[in-house]
Write a protein that binds this ligand. Structure first.
Ligand code: ADP
Length: 172
């Protein structure tokens, strides 16, 4: 991979959305190789989907794309980036809400290792899309068509409705 530009795109993908896929598709056009790193530990909250499920979702949705590799992200992003020989961290920006957190992370990562973060602005049609929104819509039984990659729609819907049902009736 000498001389090739490699980017690492980290995220939770809990679940994967069309916003994520759009970013990946645009990222592969910018770099020779794109490593999608699926976060394993999060300070935020427990994940709705397991690590394996989230990795599978990204693999299935990106099957037709060359030069995309999907890996679990364990430990620090900067260490994983180094291991994968990534030159750049890729992140998406949906608007000013994302900015403060992203700025902090980019600055910290650069401070630690000198790695730069490149931001891609979300397509306007995806700027409202988040994994949180998908989880809320699906758990209420509403369609998530047009929000997630079509190949994943059924499985995501099924899993989120199951989880919602179990949360309502924990002793069944
Ligand atoms: P994290 O918990 O690391 O923020 P997410 O899965 O929520 O993980 O997001 C991963 C990356 O994808 C982030 O850079 C985020 O800004 C970007 N992203 C999420 N949704 C969208 C969207 N609708 N459009 C563009 N980028 C998005």
């Amino acid at each position: 991979m000498e001389g090739k530009k490699i980017a690492i795109f980290p995220g939770s993908f809990d679940p994967m959305t069309l916003g994520h896929l759009d970013l990946i598709e645009r990222g592969v056009r910018m770099y020779d190789r794109l490593v999608v790193a699926v976060v394993n530990n999060s300070g935020k909250r427990p994940f709705a989907f397991t690590l394996d499920e989230r990795i599978d979702m990204v693999r299935i949705a990106t099957q037709s794309l060359d030069n995309v590799e999907v890996i679990p992200l364990k430990g620090l992003l900067v260490d994983c980036a180094k291991k994968m020989s990534a030159d750049i961290i890729l992140r998406g920006l949906r608007g000013t809400n994302d900015f403060d957190y992203e700025y902090q992370m980019a600055a910290a990562n650069r401070e630690m290792t000198g790695i730069e973060t490149v931001f891609i602005c979300s397509a306007p049609k995806h700027s409202h899309l988040s994994s949180t929104l998908i989880r809320e819509i699906a758990s209420q039984g509403r369609s998530i068509g047009g929000f997630v990659p079509a190949v994943l729609e059924k499985e995501i819907m099924l899993r989120l409705q199951q989880a919602h049902q179990e949360a309502k009736e924990p002793h069944r």
